[in-house]
Design a protein around this ligand. Structure first.
Ligand SMILES: Cc1cc2nc3c(=O)[nH]c(=O)nc-3n(C[C@H](O)[C@H](O)[C@H](O)COP(=O)(O)OP(=O)(O)OC[C@H]3O[C@@H](n4cnc5c(N)ncnc54)[C@H](O)[C@@H]3O)c2cc1C
Length: 452
């Protein structure tokens, strides 16, 4: 049994603490902010607590669902009541086809036809029927889709979806890092669309591949914190900003206000934040600094509108920026009260929660003080509705929150693990090393004790 310091009290830190306690360690967790949860956070808006960060989790893999169930929240898991998102292309609203992160699961559908046209579909059939010659593990998502389906699929489907989720263009992302297992599945099925279908079907339901929690995602954080505080071997500290971590001969010193001597350290902070703490580990600093991590901004606003009762954009829109960036600045908009029944019941008819996200490749082009005004104009353009002024709104900038898994990402993760393994009692679990997403974050953090 050893004393382990966990740095960072977002999802990764809390899940790592849970894993460490299960393995018999004593844990001291330090979180710089006033509360726990990191990018899983809520704020009151027009009398209701709403998610201002992550709002759902992937069910194409099991980690998030299993954890939620293990924490006794299985009954709170909800599927979206609407999963009919759209792609917005210069004022045209196009139904979103079934896809895995923008890779279509079939080619012959009316939605695909409306997006790319018959000629592109014919070419995609030919390309995707070609022999699978294997591919470089570092291939970008854009190159993978372009080579198997053609460039129209990149521009009109992959780009909007990937930018909406990862705030990065798919030509900057390593396919195998963003969609684990995609290359092996394509190899096995001999087709990219069949591979996307096989992975997507793991969700086991015909509807959305994303589920949420009744009352919002912070229920997961509250349950983790409640479980950990009920354990005598855990101490959770908020408002505890760690400023440095130093290796001693057989221990570690974690500098908060005072120095804490521990046997092991688990870092669960963003890659740039982790790099800053490791003053005496230049190699680790170098590798962690090589991860590109970007900011995004989310505007959550409640608007009065009877027109939105008809949910004109379904659960939301992803913006085809190539054709639309001169018209709107948002990359995606969720009509949250149409998507989630619990939010619709909370706000009632005539009041709607919209969430618009901004930022691409780490750049937010507008000052935060003007973003609400821009978001209202964007929402009017995207919904086509005559919207009044917001009743309530919250603009949040999420700093260094989304990792851009550029080519070489998985190799860099291996390098971090190799360097960490050379230092006894040290692991990095946050930092987006498990990818952008709740399921991947949980999967990696649950290995914290094994990585030490
Ligand atoms: C706007 C937004 C929406 C998202 N939506 C979804 C979604 O719908 N579904 C999904 O699956 N994923 C989503 N994600 C991604 C998902 O939320 C993250 O992958 C996950 O929550 C990351 O958890 P983490 O603990 O690694 O990092 P974080 O949540 O960033 O937590 C890191 C914590 O470390 C603390 N910290 C930093 N430096 C220090 C220090 N020096 N000392 C002490 N503490 C420190 C920070 O204050 C923070 O609380 C979204 C992310 C964002 C930003």
């Amino acid at each position: 049994m050893s004393r382990v310091a966990v740095v960072g009290g977002g999802l990764a830190g809390l899940v790592a603490a849970r894993d460490l306690v299960e393995q018999g360690h004593h844990v001291c967790l330090f979180e710089a902010g006033p509360g726990f949860g990191g990018a899983i956070a809520a704020a009151p808006l027009a009398g209701h607590l709403i998610d201002i960060g992550a709002e759902g989790f992937a069910i194409t893999r099991s980690e998030a669902t299993s954890l939620v169930e293990a924490l006794g929240l299985g009954d709170c898991i909800v599927a979206p009541q609407r999963a009919d998102a759209h792609i917005w292309r210069a004022g045209q609203l196009l139904a979103m086809p079934r896809s895995l992160m923008g890779i279509p699961t079939e080619l012959d559908s009316d939605q695909i036809r409306a997006l790319v046209g018959d000629e592109a579909i014919r070419r995609a059939h030919t390309l995707d029927a070609g022999a699978w010659l294997g591919s470089d593990d570092n291939i970008t998502l854009a190159d993978l889709v372009s080579s198997r389906l053609g460039p129209e699929f990149v521009t009109h489907l992959l780009n909007p979806v990937v930018c909406g989720v990862h705030a990065t263009d798919p030509d900057r992302l390593q396919a195998s890092a963003v969609i684990p297992g995609i290359l092996a599945a394509a190899q096995q099925h001999g087709s990219l669309t069949a591979a996307a279908d096989a992975i997507r079907s793991r969700a086991g339901t015909a509807g959305s591949a994303i589920h949420g929690l009744q009352g919002g995602m912070t229920s997961l954080i509250a349950a983790l914190v409640a479980e950990l505080t009920g354990t005598s071997s855990v101490q959770l500290h908020n408002d505890a900003h760690v400023t440095g971590i130093t290796r001693r001969r057989s221990s570690w010193q974690v500098q908060v206000d005072v120095a804490h001597e521990v046997d092991a350290v688990v870092l669960a902070v963003s890659a740039p934040a982790a790099a800053k703490l490791l003053h005496d580990q230049p190699e680790l600093q170098r590798v962690l600094s090589a991860f590109a991590v970007g900011d995004v901004a989310v505007v959550s606003m409640v608007l009065p509108s009877t027109e939105l009762d008809q949910a004109p954009v379904g659960s939301g829109v992803l913006v085809d920026a190539a054709a639309s960036s001169h018209l709107v600045s948002a990359k995606a908009m969720t009509h949250a009260t149409a998507k989630w029944a619990w939010l619709q019941a909370a706000f009632g008819p005539g009041r709607h929660l919209l969430r618009l996200s901004y930022g691409r490749n780490g750049v937010i082009e507008h000052d935060l003080e003007h973003l609400l005004e821009i978001a209202v104009a964007d929402a009017r353009a995207l919904t086509g509705a005559d919207l009044g002024d917001p009743i309530a709104a919250k603009v949040t900038r999420w700093r260094e929150s989304l990792v851009q898994a550029t080519p070489g990402h998985l190799e860099r993760v291996r390098e971090v693990d190799d360097l960490a393994a050379e230092l006894s009692g040290f692991a990095v679990v946050g930092a987006g090393l498990g990818g952008n997403g709740i399921a991947g974050t949980i999967a990696r953090a649950q290995r914290a004790s094994a990585l030490l």
